[in-house]
Write a protein that binds this ligand. Sequence first.
Ligand SMILES: Nc1ncnc2c1ncn2[C@@H]1O[C@H](COP(=O)(O)OP(=O)(O)OP(=O)(O)O)[C@@H](O)[C@H]1O
Length: 261
Amino acid sequence: MIEFKQVEKKYANGTTALKNINLSIEQGEFVAIIGLSGAGKSTLIRCINRMHEITGGQLHVDGVDVGKLKGSQVRRFRRRIGMIFQSFNLVTRTSVIKNVLVSFVPDLPLWRKLTGIFRKDHKIKALEALDKVGILDKAYVRVDQLSGGQQQRVALARTLAQNPDIILADEPIASLDPVTSRMVMDDFKRINREMNISVIMNIHHVEVALEYADRIIGIRQGEVVFDGKSSGVTTAVLGEIYGGRFEEEMSVLTEAGIAYV
Ligand SMILES: Nc1ncnc2c1ncn2[C@@H]1O[C@H](COP(=O)(O)OP(=O)(O)OP(=O)(O)O)[C@@H](O)[C@H]1O
């Protein structure tokens, strides 16, 4: 369970990105965080694995007080939390399987790190992870020969090989076309359902968020202004989250055939 208690995040330049955040996210939930650019979505996600340190309140992940972790404890803690970025963060000039095997590097003795010779069980796990996202046949292809959607699936496989409890995804479909986006979202959904991995996703596409996530957290100027089921997101709620600029979002919803009161 992830618990935010009166969490605040103030950056060194004085910007308050998060104010009085109180949230409780159960294991296995699929949560989408929506809001305008600059609302604090990325900051919120990145506080969970301590990429950003909170400056007020408390943040617990499965009972662990994240703010109190030190040195190697932070590294061990992060092993349980996968992170997916908009830009994939892959080594594009090498093979798919090597990119997935990277997730085992922290567990290896120095000689294996230096020689790049991986254990057989790690190779099997890497291949299994690739199979889970449907790109096993690409294992020995160079990453720069793959499409954007396939590259995001490699990133997802790398995260899965790490055997995480939680996957944080920061705009994972922002650079993908609509069809590929849905394929990647289908992967997230399947992984969430079949493996009971919590997915916390920061996403700009409201219609996709409503279709795939079970729960929506709407953020405005660093504060949670909506927290509830996707089915409870009405035009009034979108107005609250996006202020005067929700009409653009509404037109997307109408095109997607989603009716709102
Ligand atoms: N490293 C930083 N130093 C100072 N201010 C920052 C830093 N990172 C983000 N901010 C500020 O914190 C606020 C929240 O930013 P954040 O990136 O979390 O928003 P966001 O909702 O994810 O936006 P976007 O959708 O554009 O990615 C913004 O005002 C931003 O300018």
